[in-house]
Design a protein around this ligand. Structure first.
Ligand code: NG6
Ligand code: CA
Length: 508
């Protein structure tokens, strides 16, 4: 071959490589992250008593995963893993945080948004944060610029609630500042001591518009008892009834503002976490009370995002994913009729447990990926975890991760795009202690002395004094502990789990 034509073939090879690289790189990425949305709460996973047409459309037009996992059965640890690519149980301080906790994200490492920002995406987060704000060791002053906040973790734009809907402070934070704060009415937060003169969930219980069933009896905001005390900042207080509208509008605005260049939006809804106070438009939509109506509201939010992408011709080239931070819970602390009106609805589908549990319903969550230009619609049984999104999006966007980055995030590009039915070899499930799923075997490590059942929420935690082993192929509901009949397998899985736990990283 003449040198010239050799060069030309080299050039065309390079071009080919570029094209295929570009073909795996979505123009935009939208990640919709529900709160406590169970795998059985959505029509596309079998729910019949609540209509979720927008989520179902996403599933129909995309890939619906049957083995998609959150790392943990509660919020803070799952979100930590999602944004950092590291198992939360490796780090102190990643349990459910109070609303005045300091930021727990390690700023020396790549995060999901900082990596995508480096790859040229404009990044935004709207909704629930629950990863702390401000520096460790300091007491946060809510009346000044808040730093570090999500913006320091790699988001160009943030519009968040600090923790949860049921934790103070009940205000929104946009970029570094509390929204709508009047400087003459400073906002103060305390998780131990009440502020004199403020309503109190125990003393003023009769004034509540939604009564609590356990906890949630400290500050009273908008007629609802909360966790933690709070004073001042009256003009900044949110109205629960408008929360989904508020977040959805900010998500839609972000897309409209950034539509002319690549963007990444992390849209973390408050629905369907407690307190469940959907807007009047959704009240009575399901016959299941506020919990069901909040699912309808969640679906509406999803529909608004889909419609916005559609309106601007972005549907084709946007990878949109939908998942949830942990499994479902019925009574999570308010008398909201969720128990009475549940009927035959199965929030965890065929799975046992839920939020706070190491049984499957704790972490096996809705997991959808739609990208019309690249992902062939269908159903995938590949095992994938939210901890993988950092390495997976990095691979898609052609970004190299540093050695210290995302220690537990595996590149699942082939599974996510539907090119392969093969995902992870194993998934680690977490709620205080750990469990290991390998193929269809599920090993739950013993938790001597820990409560097997949470009476207040009615959750089976999967805690037991002995080892448990289930064969999910014939027993998805984890009813038959076959540990004694498979002692060798139990031993092998216990050793594997201990090895994974001890090794500082699991990313190759
Ligand atoms: C629990 C709360 C629960 C919920 C949960 C966090 C009580 C009695 N229970 O402590 O209502 O807020 O924390 O949920 O206070 S999560 O989805 O953010 O992890
Ligand atoms: Ca949650």
């Amino acid at each position: 071959m003449k040198p010239r034509s050799f060069l030309i073939s080299l050039a065309s090879l390079a071009l080919l490589a570029c094209t295929s690289f570009a073909a795996d790189r979505p123009r935009n990425i939208v990640l919709i992250y529900g709160d406590d949305v169970g795998i059985g709460d959505l029509g596309c996973y079998g729910a019949t008593r609540v209509a979720t047409p927008n989520v179902d459309r996403l599933a129909r037009e995309g890939l619906r995963f049957t083995s998609g996992y959150a790392t943990s059965a509660t919020c803070t640890p799952s979100r930590f893993a999602l944004l950092s690519g590291e198992y939360p149980w490796r780090r102190e301080g990643t349990k459910i945080l109070p609303g005045d906790a300091a930021l727990i994200i390690d700023l020396s490492r790549a995060t999901l948004p900082s990596m995508l920002m480096k790859a040229g995406y404009t990044t935004g987060v709207v909704g629930k944060w629950h990863l702390g704000l401000g520096a460790k060791g300091g007491k946060l002053d809510w009346n000044k610029a808040i730093s570090p906040c999500p913006n320091e973790t790699g988001f160009d734009y943030s519009f968040i609630m600090a923790a949860t809907g049921d934790r103070v402070p009940c205000v929104y934070v946009e970029n570094h500042n509390v929204v709508g704060l009047d400087p003459s009415d400073p906002l103060r937060v305390d998780y131990n001591n009440p502020f004199p003169g403020e309503l109190d969930g125990v003393k003023d219980r009769a004034s509540l518009k939604m009564d609590w069933s356990h906890g949630h009896n400290m500050a009273v905001v908008n007629g609802i008892g909360r966790i933690g005390y709070f004073t001042g900042g009256k003009s900044a207080q949110w109205k629960d009834e408008d929360m989904a509208d508020t977040f959805t509008k900010r998500a839609v605005d972000f897309i409209e503002r950034e539509k002319d260049h690549p963007f990444f939006l992390f849209f973390a809804t408050h629905d369907i976490h407690v307190p469940r106070v959907p807007n009047q438009r959704f009240v009575g939509k399901t016959g299941m009370g506020p919990r069901g109506d909040a699912i309808a509201e969640f679906d509406w939010s999803v529909g608004e995002v889909l419609a916005t992408l559609e309106k601007h011709g972005l549907t084709q080239d946007t990878l949109i994913m939908l998942s949830s931070d942990n499994g479902p819970v019925i009574d999570d602390g308010y008398k909201d009729q969720s128990v009475e009106k549940l009927g035959d609805h199965k929030p965890g589908a065929q799975f046992r447990g839920g939020k706070y549990s190491r049984f499957e319903a704790g972490t096996r969550v809705p997991f959808l990926a739609r990208w019309p230009a690249r992902v062939k619609p269908g159903v995938s049984d590949a095992m994938v975890s939210q901890v993988d999104l950092l390495a997976t999006f990095a691979a898609m966007a052609g970004q190299k991760l540093g050695d210290a980055d995302a220690p537990d995030s595996l590149d699942m590009t082939a599974a996510l795009l539907g090119d392969s039915t093969h995902g992870r070899e194993y998934v680690i499930e977490h709620s205080q202690r750990l469990a290991l799923r390998e193929g269809n075997w599920k090993y739950i490590e013993p938790a001597p002395g820990a409560e097997p059942f949470k009476p207040l929420t009615g959750t089976e935690t999967a805690n037991a004094n002995e080892s448990q082993l289930y064969d999910l192929s014939g027993d998805a509901g984890e009813k038959m502990n076959v540990a004694s009949a498979h002692a060798d397998r139990v031993k092998a899985m216990a050793v594997k789990l201990a090895t994974l736990q001890k090794s500082p990283r699991t990313r190759p």
